[in-house]
Design a protein around this ligand. Sequence first.
Ligand code: AKB
Length: 315
Amino acid sequence: MKKILVTGALGQIGSELVMKLREIYGSDHVIATDIRKNDSTVVTSGPFELLDVTDGKKMYQISKEYEVDTIIHLVALLSATAEQKPLLAWNLNMGSLMNALEVSRELGLQFFTPSSIGAFGPTTPANDTPQDTILRPTTMYGVNKVSGELLCDYYFQKYGVDTRGLRFPGLISYGTEPGGGTTDYAVEIFYDALRKQSYTSYLEKGTYMDMMYMPDAIQAIVDLMEADASKLKHRNAFNVTAMSVAPEDFASEIKKHIPSFTMKYQVDPVKQAIAESWPNSIDATCAREEWGFKVEYNMEKMTQDMIEKLSTQYT
Ligand code: AKB
């Protein structure tokens, strides 16, 4: 039975992943950590430790004390924030990754960290972006993600650390809101649809990017970590996606549930430039072939579920 330490456990992915992992492996087998504490079920339903991921010594101590065999490292400054604070992004994203990889090497742990469609750049083929392709991002976040993928490969090749990763698209969820990402509009739009029946998009009409619903993302992490290592040719990091969509696609799907919904556009040039440097649609064939990646939610099913779940909060 796995024993897993999760960093950034109170974030958008962490808050749902911890609960799923506790369901699968048992509450005591999932050690949630974050730099802050709240009264959510992540903190109350199992072991929780305060951890600043720039403190490698403390990460080592907690991992040793709980005898974990896996680290899932989720802490990261996302793309839009990283563009505003590039030095902080480099120091936090790369410093914490290095700490987590070192602890994994020292204690012989399995390791997961997310990469992103942010690893791609304007010279990457924009449609059906292949698994193995040009990685020349023009954002600090992208530079961190490519460096992270290479570092994880290095730790696997040089030290035999069982590193695994996914290139996540925009992730949509109703639990914990994301912050500082370029794809965040795809979450905000649902909250505003229910609160105000309108949304002002900071991305232009026709800006296509990949997206995925959180339950599919969580399942993908679990499946990849359980996958037979001998079948993995890529490891860091697999393209995964459920849909390629633009802001107006969300608007028309939401309108089916909330007919009074309206959408305006007020473009944020920084976020627009980031979005334009990322692919329109990526190809997840390698993930499907090497470890059976699949999704349950398309745009229709996801919208229905988001509106159902958020309605209970806003009506
Ligand atoms: C972001 O927009 O920065 C993230 C991502 C796609 O990695 N959601």
